[in-house]
Design a protein around this ligand. Structure first.
Ligand code: MG
Length: 283
């Protein structure tokens, strides 16, 4: 059954709690980026990927999700656990010796399509997968989540050209546009703006959305493909560290791990947000 906007918004809070919980237990993780993309993953897995389930993951007709920003795997792990791909308790082994739950996605974990995390690889793999769907005359769609900080990798632009050339209207790339990367603001490290003009000139159809607005995210994905015969790009405007006030837009939390006091503060903030959303009048 379709979830309501309220149910999805509440789920995002639980996901944020779990991201912090398992990063702390592991003593490592990409905290800020996982918090910036979690609302996108929530909507994709609970609203868009109706045919991606633990018991049909071998189906050739399933939609494909390839997380190019693989370092934010903690966000993907908590969503896959919630969707029943593996017991949530598996995440207690995150980053432990011999665990498959490591700091990047690997196909050894049920529900993960591709090993990713080397920056600039997810879009090329997704283009190939979308071409395969066309050649096989399959209706499945391919989604990939890119970090804004990985866009300067040249492989993205070769892939962007190819996606338009092959008229891949079964492909949707999403940019988690939190404006920061590991060493600083994108605008200082390597400016990528204006992203929309660049992709449009490469032949893509582009939409911009608040990447934390559940309702807006649902609406934009429901309108895919944005134009016939063109690949779709969603520029999701997000905040690194979203949901934890002292982490928001703060580079320290790119892969910072909270101490006990910071963790308590974070959970108190999430509890307040849970209370606020519960009392809010939803339309
Ligand atoms: Mg970024």
């Amino acid at each position: 059954m379709m979830m309501t906007d309220r149910e999805l918004a509440l789920k995002s809070i639980i996901y944020r709690r779990n991201i912090l919980k398992y990063i702390i237990a592991a003593g490592a993780g990409h905290t800020g980026g996982s918090l910036s993309c979690i609302d996108i993953l929530n909507v994709l897995y609970n609203d868009v990927f109706y045919n991606v389930k633990p018991d049909n993951f071998n189906s050739p007709d399933r939609d494909r999700y390839i997380q190019s920003k693989g370092h934010c795997v903690e966000a993907l792990f908590v969503v896959l656990a919630d969707r029943g791909f593996f017991p949530e308790s598996d995440l207690e082994t995150l980053c432990r010796y011999q665990s498959h739950y490591i700091g990047h996605p690997t196909k050894k974990v049920h529900g993960i399509e591709q090993n990713t995390g080397a920056l600039g690889h997810g879009l090329p793999i997704s283009v190939g997968t979308a071409i395969a769907a066309k050649l096989d005359k399959k209706d499945y769609r391919v989604f990939t989540l890119l970090g804004d900080g990985e866009l300067p990798e040249g492989s993205n632009w070769e892939a962007a050209l190819s996606a338009a050339h092959y008229k891949l209207d079964n492909l949707c790339a999403i940019i988690d546009n939190n404006k920061l990367q590991i060493t600083g603001p994108n605008i200082e490290v390597c400016n990528i703006d204006p992203i929309s003009n660049k992709f449009e000139s490469f032949g893509w159809s582009v939409r911009e959305v608040d990447g934390h607005d559940i309702k807006a995210l649902r609406k934009v994905f429901a309108s895919m493909p944005f134009e016939k015969d063109k690949p779709s790009l969603v520029i999701a405007h997000t905040t690194k560290g979203k949901g934890i006030d002292y982490m928001e837009n703060n580079l320290k939390w790119h892969h910072g791990v909270p101490n006990v006091e910071e963790y308590k503060n974070a959970i108190a903030g999430l509890d307040m947000e849970m209370q606020r959303l519960t009392e809010l009048q939803w339309q």
